[in-house]
Design a protein around this ligand. Structure first.
Ligand SMILES: Nc1ncnc2c1ncn2[C@@H]1O[C@H](COP(=O)(O)OP(=O)(O)O)[C@@H](O)[C@H]1O
Ligand SMILES: [Mg+2]
Length: 272
């Protein structure tokens, strides 16, 4: 159907392709996955893209400090410090002991929403990007409240022209009993995963849901590159077949490696 949906780029062109162009404006998208799978890096790209396009940008960080986010972005050549100085970006920091205007004193949903709205007013009206990394942190000690809080957050923020990435850390123990919360009310779900294959950590991403979007249903392998950030390597299935070498080749490689190690100085201790 030829119905125009305005989409916001994620800042990663190959990722936009999985989303038929990007995330529809006004959506609340749950970004979920285990620790270390790339959720924060993905959020950093989304905000960087917004800064470049002149959108109002707000990044709430609960899992690491404001400085840590600045340093992580800088490693990918993204200058968040300059964006903050130019008042294009506000980083709201939670519970890091800071006492400035843009720090939260508690992990209360009401305080979070007040602060986000205060930040939006400070930065100016118009199209806005918001990252809450993570939203689930606000009900860690009250998992039964996850759904109710999620609804509340979505309802309040819907009036403010935000397109939102809400990171949701899942804990099997709590999700079994109460559901994940954010995922149930989200317009989209982007899931990051990790597996160890042949002793190597591999990361993947899959778009599980994106309303109004003919999105990819294929899991893609991703990696983080210093100086660049998140990169999509290719569809996960093809990729595994691509990299798997025939057994004969593998054993030759192993033999060659053993030979090399034998002649390394210091390896063989002469008996005296
Ligand atoms: N400068 C860098 N170069 C390459 N990889 C990096 C760099 N910085 C972080 N990473 C990778 O990103 C991972 C953290 O990803 P992150 O998005 O913070 O995970 P999470 O899903 O927990 O938010 C690290 O474990 C590391 O593998
Ligand atoms: Mg993170």
């Amino acid at each position: 159907m030829n119905v125009e949906v305005e989409r916001l780029s994620t800042g990663i062109p190959e990722f936009d392709r999985l989303l038929a162009g990007g995330i529809p404006r006004g959506f609340l998208v749950a970004v979920t996955g285990e620790p270390g799978t790339g959720k924060t890096i993905f959020c950093i790209h989304f905000i960087d893209c917004g800064v470049k396009k002149g959108d109002v940008c707000i990044y709430v960080t609960t899992e690491e400090s404001r400085d840590s986010i600045l340093r992580q972005a800088a490693q990918f050549g993204i200058d968040f410090q300059a964006a903050v100085k130019k008042k294009k970006l506000l980083i709201i920091d939670a519970l890091m002991g800071l006492e400035d205007q843009w720090s939260l004193r508690s992990l209360e949903v009401e305080e979070l929403l007040d602060k986000i709205i205060e930040a939006k007013k400070a930065l100016g009206y118009g199209k806005a990007r918001l990252v809450i990394d993570s939203l689930s942190a606000f009900w860690l000690d009250r998992p039964a409240m996850a759904r109710r809080y999620s609804y509340f957050v979505k309802k309040v923020l819907s009036k403010w022209d935000f397109t939102i990435l809400a990171v949701s850390q899942y804990a099997i123990t709590t999700s079994d009993a109460f559901g994940f919360g954010v995922e149930h009310i989200a317009d989209g779900i982007i899931r990051f995963r990790r597996y160890v294959r042949n002793g190597v950590l591999r990361r993947y991403v899959i778009v599980e849901k994106m309303r109004q979007t003919p999105h990819s249903l294929t899991m893609h392998e991703i990696t983080a590159l210093d100086g660049r950030g998140l990169v999509i390597l290719g569809a996960a299935k093809e990729r595994r077949e691509d990299v798997a070498l025939p057994a004969k080749v593998m054993s030759k490689l192993a033999k060659a490696k053993a030979e090399r190690e034998k002649i390394l100085p210091g390896r063989e201790v002469p008996e005296k």
